[in-house]
Design a protein around this ligand. Structure first.
Ligand SMILES: [Zn+2]
Length: 493
């Protein structure tokens, strides 16, 4: 995952603080809804000693944090997992792309007991990490050291910690000898931090049939955050969707000449005017049912009057009031609008003088669109504007937005089980502006949801891709329990 540092914290805190400034007395309470349906969770038939199991989880996480799999060496983590699985009698297979033996993906499956037709569940993680500069860290980043009730090391949260939670839940299914109505796959993927070419993309293009019969996935992309709204409340942000990408290269051509006598139109001016017009279109805030649900859940753990405004985010009376706070927060803006970023503006000026108008100028645009937006139509609209300025548009990359339903049994069960484990908590549907591997699996028909089921504090979030990454030991236990119990509930116990 490529997280925005403190994303959840800043987003949630910001909206609440800003709404403080828009307290108006309005007489009506509009129709409100929670996106989470209350499920009566069934009592568990198995009793797991998670305290004991967590000692095992801690050892496994420490061991794999010691493996320096920073964009490489995933094979060593995969082989470690393979040996753990083998001890429990669970076969697994490692898949590496040709010529890339160190980038390894591991697949292990627990089959159904009586060949039912229920769709299977994939527990997906990635076993590569980003780099760590030891000079910035208080502890060696590949030590797996335990200090202050936490395990420290690159990948402790993103995402070896979750890989271990998933592994513990997976092992427990086998150990408990529970009859399975759905097959369950443990899927450890390579190369996520570098674009997934040797990980999810490779597995889907070369071994798509492995995923036949699976309908659900739990991966990364969301997280639980404590204390961002009021006091001790916790929000489990469950990712259900990701925005689409449109990456465009723009080639502006025009008359070259002398800077002292500029013509009315020339390449760099055309590109700037084009950018100005593109930035001026489609700027409205779009609040979908899922976004309403996100705000509603934040409202449910906020104090009045913020609770009132947040729960009524979709009310046309309040929408204008909400727009101000949203626009002041770049994360909320990204969640509610189609964004355009100017990521390139190259005039070749380093090789020419101050007095030269270059005949060709190149630009780059990074456009991110919300679910429900057609990327092809969007590109056509951009092309029409480009034509006015004699600009050629070249598509570098185009990925449609994707989403999974929030009324699915998996989403609702994961939300209910999570909330049942943490006092004063709620779950909320979360839209990622960036990309995870979930997106690739949604494209092959799997409903994928992102939740690292650990309760983090703002400083923990800062450590992802940053310095001093660590996870509380109790979070490992919490995550393993949530995943295991979610699977049991889905399994009909
Ligand atoms: Zn990640």
């Amino acid at each position: 995952m490529k997280p925005n540092k403190s994303f959840f914290f800043r987003t949630q805190k910001s909206i609440v603080l800003h709404l403080f400034g828009v307290c108006f007395l309005l007489g009506t309470n509009s129709c409100t809804f929670s996106p989470i349906q209350k499920i009566n969770l069934k009592p568990l038939k198995v009793n797991v000693d998670w305290e004991k199991r967590n000692k095992e989880a801690v050892k496994i996480l420490q061991d794999i944090l010691k493996i320096q799999s920073d964009r490489k060496n995933e094979i060593l983590v995969a082989k470690y997992f393979q040996s753990v699985l083998a001890k429990e009698g669970i076969p697994s297979r490692i898949y590496s792309p040709p010529g890339k033996p160190d980038h390894a993906n591991l697949v292990a499956v627990l089959e159904t007991t009586n060949k039912t037709q229920e769709k299977g569940l994939i527990l997906a993680n990635h076993i590569d990490v980003v780099e760590a500069d030891p000079k910035e860290w208080d502890v060696p980043p590949y030590s797996g050291i335990i200090k202050d009730g936490r395990i420290w090391g690159r990948g402790a949260i993103d995402m070896k910690g979750m890989a271990v939670m998933q592994l513990m839940a997976f092992l427990e299914l086998k150990r408990s000898k529970i009859p399975l109505e759905r097959k369950v796959m443990f899927l450890a993927l390579a190369d996520e931090e570098s674009g997934s070419k040797y990980g999810a993309a490779y597995m889907i293009s070369e071994y798509k049939n492995l995923f036949d019969g699976y309908g659900w996935m739990i991966g990364e992309g969301g997280i639980a955050v404590k204390g961002a709204i009021t006091g001790n409340s916790t929000v489990f942000n469950i990712q259900y969707a990701e925005k689409g990408n449109i990456w465009l290269k723009l080639i502006a051509k025009g008359q070259s000449g002398h800077g002292s006598t500029p013509p009315n139109e020339y390449a760099s001016l055309n590109l700037l005017n084009f950018y100005k017009e593109v930035l001026s279109i489609d700027t409205s805030i779009k609040i979908t049912d899922e976004t309403k649900g996100f705000f509603y859940q934040l409202g449910s753990v906020s104090n009045f009057p913020n609770s009132f405004f947040l729960k009524n985010a979709s009310n046309p009376i309040f929408k204008p009031l909400l727009s101000g706070p949203i626009r002041k927060n770049r994360h909320l803006t990204a969640m509610t609008t189609n964004t355009k970023s100017i990521t390139g503006l190259h005039t070749n000026e380093e090789t020419t003088g101050y007095n030269v108008l270059n005949g060709e100028v190149v630009g780059k645009l990074d456009i991110r669109v919300l679910p429900g937006t057609d990327t092809k139509e969007y590109i056509e609209d951009i092309r029409k504007i480009a034509k006015k300025y004699s600009i050629e548009v070249v598509i570098f990359d185009e990925i449609s937005p994707d989403s999974s339903p929030i009324d699915s049994v998996l989403f609702q069960t994961l939300a209910n089980v999570s909330v049942s484990k943490v006092e004063n908590s709620v779950a909320a549907p979360f839209l990622s502006p960036g990309k995870t591997d979930n997106s690739r699996f949604r494209r092959i028909g799997i409903d994928a949801y992102g939740l690292i089921p650990a309760v983090l504090e703002p400083t923990d979030l800062d450590s992802m891709h940053g310095k001093n990454e660590n996870i509380k030991i109790e979070n490992l236990k919490l995550g393993s329990t949530i995943l295991f119990e979610t699977i049991l509930q889905l399994n009909g116990l």
